[in-house]
Design a protein around this ligand. Structure first.
Ligand code: BGC
Length: 364
């Protein structure tokens, strides 16, 4: 039923976008080949994974606003976390004359076909937040340092539980992200590089024994899936034991864990990590239901993506700060990585409210 609905929605979208194409095709290809500057009122496609998560709504609208301010026309689409929908949205963007694409991939491995077309048509591709893998059609990548996000989560738990001096053992469970998202493995690796030595020494114990990425991954980063896995773990392993920490790679998985604890757990409340500073999670931070969060300023990321679009359409080179790390299997994608901030109850006011990211009232 859900798939059928998605198909109908996708067909509707194709129809709408095909109509859109009529108005867009006025510039002949020889016109656009005249010089390297393709920026003049060009149309830019922005492909976001889902509207389900607060951050992608912010990312999408920030990029759109800034591109429009710079004089571009923007086709912003959300793909409902469905790879086929994202592929067909990208195909439509290409056939309707977009000159650049900004893509946050649902599955980093699955965009080969539309991106091959993009390359043929000399359409520039910016990978946004998530690396797109196994293609040489990506011009640039902008994101946060994803390994560092995980490292910061692991370090917070290590420092707060004082793993170097306390013997424990402390019980911990692990919740990672979607296996198709290139970031998910990086977050997990960053966290586990800090935590694994303490698991090996027996200072940290994973009672569920679920420690491999494949065992702790959460399809679609889905809150309900994280919740039901946490509920199952509580009932099998924590009926008479305390849970000291849950390493959650992001806020949507943390929220699932927090919901499961609220409904099914009676013991001492654990430290929970997160990422994104979603409003629901910051509210939980204030109520001591989540210990930390990672703030990634999506305004700064959107700004970088817009700078990259501007540069590639003008035939210029945008600023990058990493030309080594992001090998996508076919090429090393030149990247610009933005800074992250670790947030707790102690500094959320300064980082999130004083910076104008949220208003006090948003968190009530
Ligand atoms: C992003 C996170 C986000 C997650 C789920 C990741 O690729 O970097 O910020 O929480 O996807 O959408």
């Amino acid at each position: 039923m859900k798939n059928r609905f998605k198909k109908i929605a996708a067909l509707g979208l194709v129809a709408v976008m095909t109509l859109g194409l009529v108005g867009c095709g006025s510039k002949s290809s020889s016109d656009s080949d005249k010089d390297k500057d393709k920026s003049d009122k060009a149309k830019v496609g922005v492909s976001m994974p889902t509207k389900d998560l607060q951050r992608w709504n912010q990312d999408g609208s920030n990029i759109k606003k800034q591109l429009e301010k710079a004089g571009y026309t923007v086709d912003l689409q959300y793909a409902n976390n469905d790879v086929n929908t994202q592929v067909s949205q990208l195909e439509n963007m290409l056939s309707s004359g977009c000159k650049a694409l900004v893509i946050a991939a649902i599955d980093g491995e699955s965009l080969g076909t539309p991106l091959a077309t993009a390359k043929e048509q000399d359409v520039k591709v910016i990978a946004y937040d998530r690396l797109i893998r196994n293609t040489d059609a990506v011009s640039y990548y902008t994101s946060f340092d994803n390994y560092k996000v995980g490292q910061a989560q692991g370090t917070y738990l290590k420092d707060t539980l004082k793993l170097d001096t306390e013997k424990g053992p402390f019980n911990i469970e692990l919740f990672a992200g979607d296996p198709g998202d290139n970031n998910a493995q990086l977050f997990f690796n960053g966290a586990m590089d800090v935590l694994q030595p303490y698991i090996d020494k027996g200072v940290l114990v994973v009672q569920s024994k679920q420690t491999k990425f494949a065992q702790v991954a959460t399809a679609d980063w889905n809150t309900e899936k994280a919740q039901s896995r946490m509920e199952a773990i509580i009932s099998s392993d924590y009926a008479d034991k305390d849970l000291d920490a849950v390493m959650c790679s992001n806020d949507s998985t943390a929220l699932g864990v927090e919901n499961a604890l609220a409904s099914a757990y009676k013991g001492k409340y654990p430290l929970i990590t997160g990422q994104d500073c979603d409003i629901a999670n910051v509210k939980n931070l204030v109520k001591d239901k989540q210990a930390m969060d990672i703030f990634k300023d999506t305004r700064v990321l959107a700004d970088q993506a817009v700078k990259m679009v501007n540069a590639v359409l003008k035939g210029e080179e945008p600023e990058v700060n990493d030309t080594k790390t992001y090998n996508n299997g076919k090429m090393v994608v030149p990247s610009y990585l933005c800074d992250i901030v670790t947030v707790s109850k102690d500094n959320y006011q300064k980082v999130l409210i004083d910076s104008g990211y949220y208003k006090e009232a948003d968190l009530k």
